[in-house]
Design a protein. Structure first.
Length: 130
C-alpha cells in the first residue's frame, strides 16, 4: 500500500502519527540503513528516520547538514516524475536529497556510506529563497 493511502486511511491526517507508523513498519532495507546511520555512527552525524519535511516524510534526514536520504524500491522505476517533484519540493525547503536503490543498500553498504559521507562533507544546502 502506498504511503499516502495509509495516511488517508486511519492516521487522521497527522504527519507525526504517520511517521511513527512508518517507523514501526519499516521495510528490511530501511531497517538495514537505519542500523548503519543510527546512534551517530557515521562520523558523529545525527540522523532521524521517517522525518516530516513539509508535506513529505523523508526516509532519513540529517537536520544539521540538511541532507535527506531516500531509499527507492522497484516501484520507484515507475514513478520517476513523482520522485522528481518530491525532490524539488524538499530542495525548495533547503535540503539536498540523495537517492539509493534498495539493492544498493543491501549489496553495497560501504559504497552507500561513502556517498553519504561525501554529501555530508559538502555541507548544508543554501537557504531557500523566501
Amino acid at each position: 500500500m502506498a504511503k499516502s493511502s495509509i495516511l488517508h486511511q486511519g492516521m487522521g491526517g497527522s504527519r507525526v502519527a504517520f511517521a511513527r507508523h512508518l517507523r514501526s513498519n519499516s521495510p528490511d532495507t530501511e531497517k538495514r540503513m537505519w542500523n548503519l546511520l543510527r546512534g551517530r555512527q557515521l562520523r558523529d552525524h545525527k540522523f532521524r528516520r521517517q522525518h516530516p519535511v513539509g508535506p513529505h516524510i523523508a526516509d532519513f534526514c540529517c537536520m544539521k547538514k540538511r541532507l535527506i536520504i531516500e531509499l527507492d524500491g522497484g516501484q520507484h522505476a515507475e514513478q520517476i516524475e513523482k520522485d522528481r517533484r518530491r525532490t524539488l519540493c524538499l530542495s525548495s525547503r533547503g535540503y539536498r536529497v540523495i537517492r539509493f536503490w534498495d539493492n544498493e543498500v543491501l549489496t553495497q553498504p560501504e559504497g552507500v556510506l561513502e556517498r553519504i559521507l561525501e554529501a555530508l562533507e559538502e555541507g548544508p544546502s543554501p537557504s531557500p529563497l523566501p
